[in-house]
Design a binder for this molecule. Structure first.
Ligand code: AMP
Length: 213
């Protein structure tokens, strides 16, 4: 089964993808992380990817699909996979039909207030990219990743102003993607406003939507 998680920055899709992945042993492809890993290789493609990421613009749709299709050929993705961060444009959605064939598309919906709060408090591990929140998901030892011991940092684009900007870009692109998958009848909405202490209010409906309960 191939599931895509869509949502505004800080809607929590990366966190829920990790939780579902660990609980149900379903591998996740995080597009941002995959691209950052590829950009560190020694190749022409790596240089090209890096130049897009550094400018903060999206990788062209055809190239993106090619990269994703290649990744999905790996044996570990042969049964189930969660895509975190794909599709991000309508044409990526249209182009995946007949190639990747998403079966369920989850849209995480969250209020602006929650997004700003989560964004400003987020910390990310420099090494494994695991995500924490200073209040909601603190690491056991301040500033240090529980899993790999890497240093936690705050991304430059995590100020309230930058978050609002990224949100505007997201809002512009997401409407047509949502309509597209609604028409196909595979879009499911999950309210991801509940705080971390009430995570089951998100995880249970999410598992049901994916067919894991
Ligand atoms: P993220 O970590 O999700 O913010 O992604 C980091 C960067 O990777 C983005 O700024 C884009 O340059 C690139 N990227 C991630 N996902 C996609 C996608 N679906 N299509 C094109 N570019 C992407």
């Amino acid at each position: 089964m191939i599931v895509a998680f869509l949502g505004a920055p800080y809607a929590g899709k990366g966190t829920y993808a990790k939780m579902i992945s660990e609980k149900h042993d379903i591998p996740t492809v995080s597009m941002g992380q995959l691209l950052r890993d590829l950009s560190k290789e020694n190749s022409e493609l790596a240089m090209e990817i890096k130049s897009y990421i550094d400018k903060g613009i999206l990788i062209p749709d055809e190239k993106m699909l090619e990269i994703l299709e290649n990744e999905l050929k790996k044996e570990k993705y042969s049964k189930n996979v969660i895509l975190d961060g794909y599709p991000r444009t309508l044409s990526q959605a249209v182009m995946e039909e007949g190639k990747i064939d998403l079966e369920v598309v989850i849209l995480f919906t969250t209020s602006m207030e929650t997004i700003i709060d989560r964004g400003a408090g987020r910390r990310t591990c420099k090494d494994c990219e695991r995500i924490y929140h200073v209040k909601n998901i603190p690491p056991k030892k301040e500033g240090i990743c529980d899993v790999c011991g890497g240093k936690l940092y705050q991304r430059d684009d995590e100020t309230p102003k930058a978050i609002k900007n990224r949100l505007e870009i997201f809002e512009k692109n997401i409407g047509p993607i949502v309509k597209y998958y609604e028409r196909k009848g595979i879009l499911k909405r999950i309210n991801s406003d509940p705080p971390y202490e009430e995570i089951n209010k998100i995880i249970k409906p999410l598992e049901m939507a994916i067919g894991l309960r």
